[in-house]
Design a protein around this ligand. Structure first.
Ligand code: DAH
Length: 331
């Protein structure tokens, strides 16, 4: 076939291609390795024929390029016309995570005390026995000093059994007045059951200033109880004992379910125990270099799991750590 005839045939095939596939077939047929043109190019012996054939090749390549651009444009037009987005279709629900219930309760408690002008301080989960026991006025033979109760890491280094050590850390570092809460994990060598876990969370509160009294403690815990369990709550105290407070008091809140009438949540007493509290023992104040003649203080410690369990009817403390999504999603 002569060059002119080949060009005519190839160009009509190219311009006649209706799809990218058809165009590709034409490319293979007229410019592929086995095409007549490539065959002829390989056999060229004189410059004039070479020039003619190469011009033909370039012309065909350009024609294919232009046809391809045109087809792609048409293809896009067609897709845009066909693939319309139906904005009225319901959206695919995205799964969102949320805070763990204990974290939610923790933040709630923090908010209550930030509102009262308290500072939130971090304590260390790894403590030494001075800050956890001695400075808190615990006598040498106290049961929680036993390795049966406390997880010892190394010598006098332990995992804290209560957040109370934060009291000592803060008072060592600052002069009164002090109004702080410290929240976080605590560890005990407890056997696991529905109400005991070797890892749980506490909130520790401490207020030290001139003329702090039990009335301040009661008002503060009442405020917290109302925020957590509802406006109608009342608070009462019972005598208790902690080495770091004198007097020591167990704080209870009127039952949020039966309001004191008696039900299964309050074990038919009308009252729910919130935690321990009291006026800071003068020995503790002296241990951190405060003068008990000058300042006084109150302290309290509550379990966050306990608050969450009571308020949300969680029957087993282990559920907080198992990370079963069916449980976690409920809050
Ligand atoms: N640390 C105590 C506990 O873990 C709770 C507690 C009681 C903290 C009385 C206090 C307090 O600050 O004054 O059981």
């Amino acid at each position: 076939m002569d060059a002119q005839a080949l060009e005519n045939e190839a160009k009509s095939a190219i311009s006649g291609a209706k799809t990218l596939n058809e165009l590709d077939e034409a490319r293979v047929l007229y410019l592929g390795r086995k095409s007549e043109l490539k065959q002829a190019l390989r056999e060229v012996r004189d410059p004039e024929t070479g020039r003619v054939l190469n011009t033909l090749r370039e012309g065909l390549e350009l024609a294919i390029e232009q046809r391809e651009a045109a087809l792609r444009g048409a293809d896009l037009e067609q897709r845009l016309a066909e693939e319309r987005v139906d904005v009225t279709l319901p959206a695919k629900a995205t799964q969102r995570g949320h805070l763990h219930l204990i974290t939610q309760v923790r933040r709630e408690v923090e908010d209550v005390f930030l509102g009262l002008g308290y500072t939130i301080v971090d304590g260390d989960e790894v403590e030494d026995t001075w800050h956890l026991f001695d400075a808190l006025n615990m006598p040498p033979g106290h049961v929680t000093r036993s390795p049966l109760h406390t997880l010892f890491l190394n010598g006098d280094i332990v995992l804290r059994t209560e957040t109370s050590a934060s009291q000592i850390r803060v008072m060592e570092a600052r002069d009164p007045p002090v109004f702080i809460v410290s929240l976080g994990r605590t560890y005990r060598r407890d056997t696991v059951d529905a109400t005991h876990s070797p890892l749980f969370h506490q909130v520790e509160g401490l207020a030290v200033d001139k003329d702090i009294t039990l009335a301040d403690l009661k008002g503060t815990l009442l405020h917290l109880a109302k925020a957590l369990f509802g406006e109608d709550r009342r608070v009462r105290f019972m005598t208790d004992f902690f080495p770091f407070t004198e007097p020591s008091l167990g704080a209870a809140v009127s039952c949020f379910l039966c309001d004191g009438a008696g039900c299964s949540v309050c074990k038919h007493t009308g009252w729910i125990e919130m935690g321990g509290s009291g006026l800071v023992d003068p020995n503790v104040l002296r241990n951190v270099g405060y003068d008990p003649e000058e300042v006084s203080g109150f302290a309290f410690g509550l379990g966050l799991e306990r608050i969450a369990m009571l308020r949300h009817g969680v029957p087993d403390i282990r559920m907080f750590l198992e990370n079963d999504l069916r449980f976690l999603r409920q809050f």
